[in-house]
Write a protein that binds this ligand. Structure first.
Ligand code: XLS
Ligand code: NI
Ligand code: NI
Length: 437
């Protein structure tokens, strides 16, 4: 079999002093942190679409990516070469998982039937490579946004045939994900939103989305797929407004349509910033609802306002993510999926290694930092103390739903005024975090 990255051997842990750009400085897969190996904490995944399929085009120019398997072979044969290249890359990188859309791995055919057949042909090769390498599927998904049939949406399209096509595509993608032993399946509503309200019936569209997801839940049960279903929030781009705009909107949607027990959230950093939130905010909102499932790790550029999907290198960001993930008790089926692409100017194959090594090291540091902050205990102790007035008898009654407004009045009236507020100590806490960075 051809070797596609002949200059690169397995990426090793060189330690913080290493000056070799093709070694990990912090990610040491077997090292145990807080009772688990880094491999099991971080559950890294490579996003097939960005790393293997994306040509690195932008709205002003064609793709620049040089990919070693790309010798002009097209169709299923070309896609098979790409699978081989993908698994060689992931094996050398040492990641346990990957994720894909149906159309990233296999070309779309002229008919639904042809597309299904293409996907089946590639799924066979994926399965073979998974068995050879031990690399597993974190989640699968269907691309319900690239083909022009989905210009008005898929599950929320006013065109019923587009809705039906999307249903058939999800059915097939679920079967393939199941066949490949996927740990999950993601729904990102690429075009489930609108460009103008003048042509849009919001109520009807969201009702349709609710029905669509219920049908997917039913089919999941029917085929016995055990993986977790995720919804991935994003507020806009490509649409002006997407219905799954942020974690809170997704949770509200899931509750309204009686879907909460069937879905967790897949939170993406760059989507959080597009929604005007910090990643940590989105993660905390998801955890508070017991609904954090997985994360799409990337970052935006503060100078650019769109979903630039850059590799995460910011240690504050990764430490904040890991603080929330450790608080939750770690991932179960989810993981850290690098939904990130190299820049158009970083077009060489080796750049794919640099990008992932950097992201993995940034999260390994985030993990160690978050663990150290938790071991130190001052941050948690501060928060516990901040809420300590809620430990009294009446406060407990309030929390358990047994108190009335009259009880509150009877308690506070004799005091005449509320107890003085202590400082929030934001700056002190920011300094505390910096002790660990
Ligand atoms: C796009 C999304 C997409 C999902 C999977 O912005 O992040 O890549 O993760 O469909
Ligand atoms: Ni994503
Ligand atoms: Ni994204």
């Amino acid at each position: 079999m051809a070797e596609y990255f002949p200059g690169v051997s397995k990426i090793e842990f060189g330690g913080p002093k290493s000056k070799n750009p093709l070694e990990f400085k912090h990610y040491n897969a077997d090292e145990v942190v807080a009772g688990k190996t880094m491999r099991d904490h971080l559950r890294f995944s490579v996003a097939y679409w960005h790393t293997f399929t994306n040509p690195l085009s932008d709205p002003f120019g064609v793709g620049t990516a040089k990919r070693p398997w790309d010798d002009g072979t097209t169709g299923v044969a070309g896609a098979i070469n790409r699978v081989r290249g993908a698994f060689e890359f992931m094996e050398k990188l040492g990641v346990p998982f990957y994720a894909f859309h149906d159309r990233d791995v296999a070309p779309e055919g002229k008919t639904l039937k042809e597309s299904h057949a293409n996907l089946d042909a590639i799924a066979k090769v994926l399965k073979e490579e998974q068995a050879r390498t031990g690399i597993k599927l974190l989640w699968g998904t269907a691309n319900l946004f690239s083909n022009p049939r989905y210009m008005h949406g898929a599950a929320t399209s006013p065109n019923f045939d587009a809705f039906a096509f999307a249903g058939a595509q999800v059915k097939k993608a679920l079967e393939v994900t199941h066949e490949l032993g996927g740990a999950g399946y993601t729904f990102w509503g690429g075009r489930e939103g609108y460009s103008t309200l003048y042509n849009t019936d919001i109520k009807r569209e969201i009702d349709h989305l609710g029905r669509f997801l219920h049908m997917a839940v039913d089919y999941k049960k029917q085929i016995g797929f055990q993986g977790t279903f995720y919804i991935e929030p994003k507020p806009k781009e490509p649409t002006k407004h997407q219905y799954d705009s942020d974690a809170a909107a997704c949770l509200n949607f899931l509750r309204s349509y009686d879907l909460t027990s069937h879905f967790k959230l897949n939170i993406e950093a760059n989507h959080a910033t597009l929604a005007g939130h910090e990643m940590m905010h989105e993660l905390e909102v998801a955890v508070a609802a017991d609904a954090l499932g997985s994360i799409d790790a990337n970052t935006g550029d503060p100078m650019l306002g769109w979903d630039t999907d850059q590799f995460p290198t910011n240690i504050y960001l990764t430490a904040q993510c890991m603080l929330v993930i450790l608080k939750m008790g770690g991932f179960s089926t989810g993981g850290i999926n690098f939904d990130a692409k190299v820049r158009r100017e970083s077009f060489e194959p080796i750049d794919l290694f640099h990008a992932h090594i950097g992201g993995m090291d940034a999260f390994a540091r985030g993990l160690k930092i978050a663990h150290a902050i938790r071991e130190d205990g001052r941050l948690a102790a501060f928060v516990a103390e901040r809420y300590s007035s809620w430990n009294g008898d009446l406060a407990r009654k309030v929390e358990s739903g047994k108190a009335t407004l009259a009880d509150l009045e009877a308690y506070i009236a004799p005091k005449g005024e509320a107890a003085a507020n202590p400082s929030g100590r934001q700056e002190m806490l920011e300094n505390l975090i910096n002790e660990f960075i």
